[in-house]
Design a protein around this ligand. Structure first.
Ligand code: G3H
Ligand code: 13P
Ligand code: ZN
Length: 324
């Protein structure tokens, strides 16, 4: 049977995760909602020769239109090839919340989907995840499941409190669902306010002990880290300098992500850091040039800075540069 994603020119995650596991690095998964973000991701990853996962959330699909997104992804692959780059590109649904959404994305050419049943009771999470895996397997699409809850916003679920992934559940979950990768909760969270820190306090380290226990239970199995933005102080400062009001924002230190990338963590999700870059540059350009009204004049510089950030992540944090 012809796989819908072949038409887009994207690949599932099986090969790239296998190589990332062997090579001790992680594949970046960057979210996009618009043209400039997509261009920056492709250019940044092509220039650093890094495999990449293009992530689309339910909100992004609603914002950008499902048909337009499909052709944007197809165009992005073509653009990379025309640049002379052969990097593996995956088109992935981020935080899918229903079977119908996952099915629709598969039909539209996604090569990987996440079904996030982490907020459901355990048996219901298994049932939903298994249903998606059985459907996806017919089209060779990869499926990411999740166990444990990240604090912050998981799509439509606002989790007041995180609860870490229980290593004693992971074998049973993977075996009964047939899922191809697993997102875990070890202290990261979504958004710009990951930790409530008092002045002078530093962020508590990620629970590497839980990660290592999970690795022991699932040898060689790909693990995914959500909420992995570092909330780079440079851009927080720039946003505040140019009229924004971002206070008490804190992310995951890059050294900890570097350490995680060397383990079974094969996919690292980054959205907030890109949003911060775009907001910082757009604010700066507009404040410094109040007469400007051509979007290319502020979105262009934002895109340029985003390319640099992506190159930095691939080269200095995830270790994926040069691996494609
Ligand atoms: O984890 C969520 C991603 O950052 C996507 O966010 O639902 O606002 O598009 P979104
Ligand atoms: P951040 O908010 O830390 O960028 O996390 C993004 C994410 O996990 C997307 O699924
Ligand atoms: Zn996430």
């Amino acid at each position: 049977m012809k796989k819908p994603y072949e038409e887009i020119g994207v690949a599932n995650t099986k090969e790239v995760f296998k190589k990332a596991m062997q090579g001790g690095y992680a594949i970046p998964a960057y979210n996009f909602n618009n043209l400039e973000q997509l261009q920056a991701i492709i250019i940044g990853c092509a220039e650093t020769k890094s495999p990449v996962i293009l992530q689309v959330s339910k909100g992004a699909r609603e914002y950008a239109n499902q048909t337009l997104l499909r052709y944007m992804a197809m165009g992005a692959v073509k653009m990379a090839r025309e640049m002379g780059s052969n990097i593996p590109i995956t088109l992935h649904l981020d935080h899918g919340d229903s079977f119908e959404l996952a099915k629709s994305c598969i039909e539209f050419g996604f090569s990987s989907v996440m079904i996030d049943g982490s907020h459901l009771p355990y048996e219901e999470n298994i049932k939903l995840t298994k249903q998606v895996v059985e459907y996806a397997n017919q089209f060779d699409v990869s499926v990411e499941g999740e166990l444990g809850v990240l604090a912050g916003i998981e799509e439509h679920v606002v989790a007041e409190k995180s609860h870490y992934t229980d290593p004693n559940q992971v074998q049973d979950f993977v075996k009964r669902t047939g899922v191809h990768s697993l997102a875990i909760s070890i202290g990261t969270s979504h958004g710009a306010y990951k930790f409530k820190l008092k002045p002078g306090e530093t962020m508590p380290p990620l629970r590497f002990d839980i990660l290592h226990e999970i690795e022991k239970k699932l040898p060689g199995f790909p693990i995914v880290l959500h909420g992995a933005s570092s909330v780079l102080p440079k851009y927080v400062a720039m946003i505040n300098e140019y009229g924004g009001k971002i206070e008490g924002a804190a992310g995951v230190p890059e050294e900890q992500l570097r350490e995680a990338a060397k383990s079974a963590v094969c996919k690292v999700n980054i959205d907030t850091d890109g949003r911060m870059v775009v907001t910082a540059i757009v604010r700066k350009v507009l404040m410094e040039n109040p007469k400007e009204f051509d979007p290319r004049k502020y979105l262009g510089p934002a895109r340029k800075e985003l390319i640099e950030m992506i190159k930095h992540k691939n080269s200095n944090v995830l270790g994926s540069a040069g691996k494609a």
